[in-house]
Structures are given as C-alpha cells and as structure tokens.
Ligand binder design. Structure first.
Ligand SMILES: [Zn+2]
Length: 419
C-alpha cells in the first residue's frame, strides 16, 4: 500500500437541516440547488464522516491509511502527541439558518466529563450525552462570504445599554447598571456579575421567559427589522426558526443581546477558544478545528441544553472580538495563526507563473482548491486538482503546486510544529 506522498482526497457532505442548497454543490460541481441542504463538507479522519483517499490500490478511508502507518503518514511527533490520530478536522460550512449557541470544553473538562458519563452508563447515542470524546474543540474559521456570528460576551457597558434600551429585557436584572457601577474596574467583580446575569437568563422559569420574550418578539415582528448588523433582526429570525412546542420561546434569544454580533468580511477570521460562547448565524466559511465533537449548547436548538454543565465550561470574560486578518507568510500564503497545537489554517493564492512550494514541513496537510485549478507535484506524484477537489500530503512529503487557471485559491490545513 502506498503510504507516502500526495493523495487525492474525497470529503463527506453533511446534510444538516440548517445548511444551504447551493454553495457546496456548486463547489463540488454537482447539480444545484441540491434537493437536500448541504451544511458541511468534511475533510479529515473523524468517525462521523471519514474522507477517502485515492491510492494506487483503490479508495482507502483516511483513518485506515493512518492506522496502517501512522508514523509515516502523520510523522512520529504528531502521532505521539495526538494518539495516532489526525489531530484536526477541516470543513467548508454553509449556514443558511442559525446554528445553536454553544461553547466547547477544555481538554481537562472533556476528559473528566467523558469519564463521568462513561461511568454513569450514559449511552454515546443518548440525546443527553454531552461528551462524545475525550478531546477539546478549539476552532478557527475564515469567512468566504459576509458572515454573521455571535462571539463572546459584549463589554458589560454595552450589555447595560442593551438592558436599558430594550425595555422587555430590563426585568432580567433591573439593577445591572448600578451593580456594574459598583464593580468599576474590578475584573473579578465584573465577571461575577456577568455570570449571575447569564445564570439568570438560563435558569428563570419558562413562564417568565415567555412573559419577557412574547412582547419583545411581537413588537419586533411589527417593525420587521432588516438590518443584519443589529440584534433585533436575529431575535425575530431566531423566534421563527426555533419555535418551542406549545408556543414557548427559546431563551437563547436573550443571548443575542448579550453576545458580540459580528459581521466578518470575506478573508476575516475568528478563533473560538474553550469556554467562549458563540453561534454561527449566516454565511459560508472554511473552518478548522481539533478532531472532536464536544459541544455544550445554550439555546437556539431543539437539542439537549445542559445548563449546569454549560455554566461549568463557560468563561465569563467580556470584550470586543479579536478579528484575525492573517499574517503574510510569503509565497502567496496567509496564515491564520491561533494558540491551538492541533492545527494551522492558511490561504494560498497562486498563479500560472507564481506557484507554491511547501518546503520542508512537519505534520500532514489537507488542501482544498476553492478557486481555479492546480497541478500538484511531489517526488513521483503528479495530481490535477480541480475546483472543489482536495488532496492530502503525508507528513514528510514536500510538494509544489501551480495554477492551471489565471489564478487559484487553495486553503490548507496543517499541524504546527511542537512548541
Ligand atoms: Zn463551535
């Protein structure tokens, strides 16, 4: 079996209900609009949708190729650090509808949570199961279109202003402004205040949630807000997309006013570290994360919300969002650096006469051609990669590619060297 070099890679499309009908089918050269929503294209070795490599011996699931020779495919260092598993999962994501409000655990929380649920005998398939694996799930994503999201708690002064200006929200904590004034610049006191506010949002009885949100949503629906840069628009959309049984309201709607509402421009990125509350609202992105499925939800979902576990995992930090613009690494490559040890995301622009050379490298790479088409070469391997197609480079394979079209855009997932 071939275990070194370049391989064409075939990803798996996930048809989640919130996905779009056009972008991913168009990227893959399939009929579009598709009859079922195409939410995510997965490139990686995750059990939930392993990619398949084209090898001279025929198609081989990527996890099988890795299992056959992890030291050669992943490299000894990556294999040792990440338990012989490809440490990242690479995705193209198209959100037509809003995704749930969520946060991801630290690796210590994931290990403890997984062990606790295993010993309590909670089935991995149970709807109440929080921890599907023992890993954390930091994420970085780069917008391909205008992309709206919620990311982290807003500065408390902004929350105070929201609670004052949106009268239906005031009863959540009528003395929030006074208490914020008392807290002043004391970071611990501010964090405690934020924790208390969010705990209240997540634990007040459903009848109280309805009594606050019913008049808010009715008032907003009359205005039918159209500005996606303001929370009112998303509150109305959330009420429409996430109706609870018997006419109840989803308390996740409150969080739309508590979290930073961000519109990323194409090429802008954010990083979701452990404990950061976030939600994707609309748009297309390229996303790279640790190989995990551990999500704790905080509303805007029909799925299970475990408030106690969410409260344990959340970080009650406030502040504006750090937008990552990427660092020019030369050779047409822009690197979206993060603290994650599992992955590094970059965007490569190349042309007919200006190709890309990987140089000597660490870690296995997955690349996807988003625009144009490229010819990739390494020792003896030569692959023609069209738009929407992907390829995998084993750890010690130095490769080059040039554009066949006027220019090409390629996104690359790799593993940063150990630090
Ligand atoms: Zn997430």
């Amino acid at each position: 079996m071939k275990i070194k070099g370049l391989f064409k890679l075939k990803g798996v499309v996930q048809h989640y209900d919130w996905g779009g009908f056009d972008f991913i089918p168009a990227l893959l050269g399939q009929a579009h609009p598709s009859s079922s929503p195409c939410a995510e294209l997965w490139l990686g070795a995750h059990d939930g949708g392993p990619s398949v490599v084209e090898s001279p011996d025929g198609p081989v699931p990527l996890p099988e190729l890795i299992a056959a020779a992890s030291d050669q495919i992943l490299g000894a260092s990556v294999a040792a650090r990440f338990e012989n598993v490809l440490p990242y999962l690479f995705k193209v994501l198209d959100a037509r509808k809003m995704l749930s409000i969520q946060a991801h655990p630290t690796i210590a929380q994931a290990r403890a949570g997984f062990a606790a649920e295993e010993s309590a005998g909670v089935s991995l398939k149970a709807s109440t199961r929080n921890y599907k694996d023992r890993n954390h799930k930091p994420e970085v994503h780069v917008a391909l279109t205008d992309f709206w999201m919620l990311h982290g708690f807003r500065p408390l002064e902004e929350i105070a202003e929201s609670l004052q200006s949106v009268q239906e929200l005031q009863p959540l904590m009528p003395d929030f402004s006074e208490r914020l004034a008392l807290a002043g610049n004391d970071a611990a006191a501010r964090s405690t205040l934020l924790r208390e506010l969010y705990a209240r949002v997540m634990t007040i009885p459903q009848a109280e949630v309805d009594s606050l949100l019913d008049p808010l949503i009715s008032r907003l629906e009359k205005d039918s807000p159209t500005n996606k840069d303001l929370p009112d628009f998303w509150a109305v959309r959330a009420a429409r997309e996430f109706p609870l049984p018997d006419g109840h309201r989803d308390r996740g709607i409150f969080s739309i006013y508590l979290l930073n509402l961000v519109r990323l421009q194409p090429g802008e990125a954010t990083y979701q570290s452990a404990g950061t509350l976030h939600a994707y609202l609309e748009g297309v992105n390229v996303e790279l994360m640790a190989n995990s499925d551990n999500v704790l939800r905080g509303g805007l979902t029909p799925k299970n919300v475990d408030v106690a576990e969410l409260m344990r995992v959340l970080r009650f930090d406030e502040g504006k969002v750090d937008i990552i613009h990427g660092i020019d690494a030369g050779k047409g490559e822009t690197v979206f650096a993060t603290p994650a040890a599992e992955f590094e995301l970059s965007r490569i622009q190349c042309s007919k006469d200006k190709g890309y050379d990987s140089g000597t490298r660490t870690g296995p790479d997955i690349l996807i051609v988003m625009e144009g088409e490229v010819t990739a070469t390494a020792d003896g391997d030569k692959l023609q990669i069209n738009k929407g197609e992907s390829f995998f480079a084993s750890q010690d394979c130095s490769y080059k590619f040039t554009s066949q079209s006027e220019s090409a855009v390629v996104f690359k997932a790799s593993v940063p060297s150990a630090r």
